[in-house]
Design a protein around this ligand. Structure first.
Ligand SMILES: [Zn+2]
Length: 533
């Protein structure tokens, strides 16, 4: 089937736009001006009325089915009082009759403005329901509250102890529902395990949301050690039944040799991957934690907590072993490294793997937040792809100088420096850690500001990216990670017809407006898969 698109401002490459393009069986066959197509034959015609079109965006690291899980759970981030939390819970149950267990996330007593400003406890949650278990996790993830039903199901009482955690007691000497640190994992067990159907529903809900935001591809880590075979199969079935058109490349997390060996012996040779809509992607590893919690692994002490350098969860030797097994099987690896200590370990490990040669498997660094100039130069010289999340700046701008000092902060989150050095840079959101909204993400890359517009002039303004460069990172840059930069991420002949039509000209608007861009239409493989109502 042929589709002709005319009257657009179609982004081809930096500084170059075309008006029209012809698509045949999902592939762009010709681009040019309207008049070039006067004698073209086609079945469909889309007149864009002057609108701006960019290649479909490709999130280089997120967790798609968990985005869906988060979407169906109770969102508590906006709650400004205990009463409001109770209200949100009640409304959620009313809107979803038959809910067997209620899970919510994001409350923060520091944000309460009316009523009592304290942690929520079992008695608060009992006002929502005493018939089903309820677990509401605090925004930090290190504390959660259960209702009386949850506590009854767990069978814990004032004598229960958990190593590395606390089950808090109330004034009556009984558990008050507040669980801290490792004890929070106990509370998770009262939430029924997801069925295959739950996983599928979550996946498809999130896929629809992604498409409505102009994403046409995602590189997603839905496999996290446990239950790998089952989740692989659910996702294969979704694509076998053509239930979504969102292009999906797996990232799969196994932290040890045996998990990876299982994968090599099973999924690596399984059918069901057409490499067009569904493909096997990278092994995902993680080395350290987060900057917020001071668990990112640093080369020197935290500026705001001397004596602490964070943690590395893999030793250099473990990292080398798993990398070499992956490389032997031509499996690409992407590794979570946030502190400069973790980044250093990773550069060393990748360099050793390359053995004086090139990074042919395109092993990459996810996050890569805290970096020195010398590390940036090594990353560029070794051509190590970097998978950045510009939206992390929205929170991290407030803490980075406290955590690592002004000097190291000034060479961190160095999107533009690495891009200008020729490093393959791609963008993602790590959703559900952040929303998968790509427009807020692009806004942060271009303005280096928080969503509220601070700080004026932007954080380390030399790192502000040009909007065309930022879009390239999100499209062809992400495709590079999948070895698909010749097929996806450009609107040129021979490329997939994956695109987003925008409600405004993102190349001309005030950068402050980039976060407000809306998608009018999304196309994948030449098919319109979303139209804004
Ligand atoms: Zn992640």
């Amino acid at each position: 089937m042929n589709t002709l698109i005319t009257n657009g401002k179609i982004y081809v490459e930096k500084g170059l736009f075309h008006e029209a393009m012809l698509i045949q069986d999902g592939i762009i066959v010709q681009t040019g001006s309207n008049s070039d197509f006067e004698s073209a034959s086609y079945e469909n015609h889309i007149d864009l009325g002057g609108k701006t079109v960019i290649p479909g965006l490709n999130d280089s690291h997120l967790h798609l089915s968990y985005v869906g899980t988060t979407m169906r759970s109770c969102k508590l981030n906006q709650a400004r009082s205990i009463e409001e939390i109770i209200e949100i819970g009640k409304n959620h149950l009313e809107a979803n009759p038959g809910t067997a267990a209620l899970y919510g996330r994001g409350w923060n007593q520091d944000y309460f403005v009316t009523g009592e400003k304290r942690m929520i406890n079992r008695h608060d949650l009992d006002q929502i329901s005493t018939d089903i278990p309820i677990v509401f996790v605090r925004v930090c993830g290190h504390m959660a509250t259960g209702n009386s039903k949850a506590i009854e199901m767990l069978g814990v009482d004032e004598t229960t102890t958990v190593e590395g955690g606390v089950i808090q007691l109330g004034e009556d000497g009984q558990p008050d529902g507040i669980f801290c640190e490792s004890a929070t994992a106990l509370l998770d067990t009262v939430i029924p395990e997801k069925t295959d159907l739950d996983i599928e529903k979550d996946f498809l809900t999130a896929a629809d949301y992604a498409i409505s935001m102009g994403l046409t591809s995602v590189q997603s880590c839905d496999i996290q050690n446990v239950d790998a075979q089952r989740i692989f199969k659910v996702i294969r079935n979704i694509y076998a039944d053509n239930k979504t058109r969102l292009r999906f490349s797996h990232q799969f997390n196994f932290q040890d040799i045996s998990g990876l060996e299982d994968y090599i012996n099973t999924e690596l040779n399984s059918d069901g991957y057409d490499e067009k809509f569904l493909s096997r992607g990278a092994l995902k590893l993680f080395i350290d934690g987060s900057l917020g919690a001071r668990t990112a692994f640093m080369l020197s002490d935290y500026h705001d907590e001397p004596g602490t350098r964070g943690v590395s969860v893999l030793s250099q030797e473990q990292l080398d072993d798993i990398l070499s097994l992956a490389s032997q099987h031509n499996i690409r690896v992407v590794t979570h490294a946030i502190g400069d200590g973790a980044v250093e370990m990773l550069i060393n490990a990748y360099e050793q793997q390359m053995n004086g040669g090139e990074n042919t498997l395109r092993h990459g660094i996810v996050h890569c937040q805290i970096t020195s100039t010398q590390q940036l130069e090594r990353i560029a010289a070794l051509k190590i792809p970097v998978l950045y999340q510009p939206i992390f700046l929205d929170y991290d701008i407030q803490i980075v100088e406290d955590r690592v000092g002004e000097h190291l902060a000034s060479t961190s989150y160095a999107f533009n420096t690495l891009y200008q050095l020729g490093t393959p840079v791609s963008f993602g959101t790590d959703s559900p850690v952040e929303d998968l909204n790509p427009w807020e993400n692009l806004y942060c890359a271009v303005t280096r500001q928080r969503l509220d517009g601070t700080p004026e002039g932007g954080f380390c303004p030399d790192e502000k990216m040009d909007i065309s460069d930022a879009i390239d990172c999100y499209t062809t840059g992400s495709a590079y990670n999948e070895f698909r930069e010749d097929f996806k991420g450009r609107l040129m002949p021979g490329y997939a017809a994956d695109l987003a039509v925008l409600d405004r000209d993102i190349f001309e608007i005030d950068p402050a407006q980039i976060k407000d861009v809306r998608v009018d239409m999304t196309m994948i493989n030449g098919e319109v898969v979303y139209t804004r109502q």
